[in-house]
Design a protein around this ligand. Structure first.
Ligand code: NDP
Length: 289
């Protein structure tokens, strides 16, 4: 009762995905530009397809885990008549517009299209920490949901194929800002000879502890009411002013922290000093001239 699945692309992400499919007992057909990358999977029971056309015709569900959209078009354009009537899940990272364009391309060829964003690293595949975002065809997603859940938590975000990519990029924004903040901190303590390892331990605890306030911040953002009696713009502006000043005093760059100070300065200038720190999101949503 496990549907046959085809996987195109056996890179860092494709290989653990293939192992998850095989582990769950799916008949799994694989194709990769460099065929030797399939050897270990074939030994574990995968079927090797010699051509993309053979791969695509082997299964009703086709997963493409290739470098990018260009490579995906390049491989699939010549086999679209074989793809018609099947579900294509494209897992490569791109922009919302690339996803929408590929959805339109697929619709014009009778292909059921699901776009995906993988919030995981290769070792996370198949663990609870792995989150796979999907958008586009919900019939395709629902039909193959149990299969897609093998890779991690599976969330469908709506019919607009661009939504998975948008959400993916939003999550990555959170991650990059957090890592950049940590790196700024590591640079700052390094001026006193404190190691990054020492700092990482404390920073990890502090970031985990403070991240529990995200839902409370979200409530203010969703309501548009930034009234607060803790953590005002004024309070946080004083902290950012000190961070920027001390960083400059120690001769380290303020590239990471200066933009946060600028967002707070703008809220103060617009008369919102007593409101919550989270109000800087309004300055992000509506950048100044
Ligand atoms: P890899 O670089 O490990 O693998 C890329 C795959 O694309 C390989 O199968 C490669 O084939 C194939 N490929 C590249 N160029 C061509 C081409 N011109 N023709 C045919 N096949 C080609 O990438 P990943 O597996 O890491 O990533 C795949 C997608 O997943 C990317 O879009 C990436 O951004 C995204 N992603 C990756 C994450 C990660 O942690 N690695 C996390 C989240 C998303 P060959 O083996 O022959 O080189």
């Amino acid at each position: 009762d496990r549907p046959a699945v085809t996987l195109l692309g056996l890179g860092a992400m494709g290989r653990p995905m293939a192992r998850a499919l095989l582990g769950a007992g799916h008949p799994t057909t694989v194709w990769n530009r460099t065929p030797s990358r399939a050897d270990e999977l074939v030994a574990a029971g995968a079927i090797r397809a010699d051509t993309v056309a053979d791969a695509v015709t082997a299964s009703p569900l086709v997963l493409a885990c290739l470098l990018n959209y260009e490579v995906t078009y390049e491989l699939l354009e010549p086999v679209t008549e074989h793809l018609a009537g099947r579900t294509l899940v494209n897992l490569s990272t791109g922009t919302p517009q690339e996803a929408r364009d590929m959805a339109a391309w697929a619709a014009g060829r009778g292909i059921d299209y699901v776009d995906a964003g993988m919030m995981a690293t290769p070792p996370m595949i198949g663990t609870e920490a792995s989150l796979f975002l999907y958008s586009g065809s919900d019939t395709g997603f629902e039909r193959y949901r149990p299969t897609l859940e093998l890779f991690g938590v599976a969330r469908h975000l709506g019919a607009d194929a661009g939504r998975a990519s948008l959400y993916d990029l939003a999550l990555l924004s959170s991650m990059y800002a957090m890592f950049a903040g940590f790196l700024h901190g590591a640079a700052l303590v390094s001026t006193a000879g404190i190691s990054a390892a020492d700092f990482a331990e404390a920073a990890g605890t502090f970031v985990r502890a403070t991240s529990v306030s995200l839902p409370a911040a979200a409530e203010l953002i969703d309501s548009g009411d930034y009234t607060t009696d803790v953590q005002s713009v004024d309070f946080n502006k004083a902290a950012l002013d000190r961070i920027v000043q001390v960083s400059m005093d120690h001769g380290i760059g303020v590239d990471v922290v200066a933009p946060i100070k600028a967002l707070l300065d703008r809220q103060v200038a617009e008369g919102h000093g007593a409101e919550s720190f989270d109000r800087i999101v309004e300055g992000i949503k509506h950048p100044g001239p």
